[in-house]
Ligand binder design. Structure first.
Ligand SMILES: Cc1cc2nc3c(=O)[nH]c(=O)nc-3n(C[C@H](O)[C@H](O)[C@H](O)COP(=O)(O)O)c2cc1C
Length: 187
């Protein structure tokens, strides 16, 4: 690497996965929307977060229902992801519009998305206001992996080409390049 260009503070953490978050609310019904600001926070208990702007229709739905699901879309679903991230559930039924199928979850009232091979059921732990986005911390209380992309009960990521969102562009991820501890043979 050569000389670095110095930039002001900003977001340049890549790749981050794009996920479809689904929710359900007694009065407002079901909804699905796209989230790129998400991540892993703790292994035990298993905690992840999604960051949501308060003006999203889903914000109130998740805050009041206390649950959500995180569904991992694959690269062939990029247009569905784009639809769910550009249209509000306040105006359209995005399940119908994007051709996504809501199916009941095991432990939470929010639906899973059938087309996504991996689904996480989450219970909201707390909401942390940060600025433009509020961080929703959720405990993962159940997980689902489609049998067609699993080996020995584990997700086979070589068969799950995830989508990453970087600088306004969608990128496909999918090649396995090592495993935990792969450096050991050299140290
Ligand atoms: C690729 C992509 C990533 C997005 N990531 C986020 C995010 O992390 N947080 C957020 O609040 N909105 C995010 N959005 C915008 C929402 O998905 C969008 O405003 C959506 O229409 C909200 O749906 P709702 O009003 O039905 O809740 C993203 C949109 C796209 C296309």
């Amino acid at each position: 690497m050569g000389k670095k260009i110095d930039l002001e503070g900003g977001l340049m953490l890549a790749p981050v996965p794009v996920v479809l978050v689904a929710c359900s609310h007694e009065e407002l019904g079901m909804n699905v929307f796209t989230i790129a600001w998400c991540g892993v926070d703790c292994s035990k208990p298993p905690i992840i977060h999604i960051s949501i702007r308060p003006d999203r229709f889903s914000y109130r739905m998740i805050k009041e229902s206390g649950v959500f699901t995180v569904n991992l879309p694959t690269s062939d679903m990029v247009e569905k992801v784009d639809i769910c991230g550009n249209i509000s559930g306040a105006e359209r039924n995005k399940f119908e519009l994007a051709g996504l199928t809501p199916v009941p979850a095991r432990l939470v009232t929010a639906p899973l998305i059938a087309e996504c091979p991996v689904n996480l059921e989450c219970e909201l732990i707390k909401i942390e206001p940060l600025g433009l986005h509020d961080m929703f911390l959720g405990e993962v209380v159940a997980r689902h992996v489609d049998e067609s992309v699993s080996t020995g009960g584990r997700a086979d990521w070589s068969r799950i080409p995830l989508i990453s969102y970087v600088d306004g562009e969608y990128w496909s991820l999918g090649e396995r390049i090592g495993e935990y501890g792969c450096s050991k043979k050299n140290i």
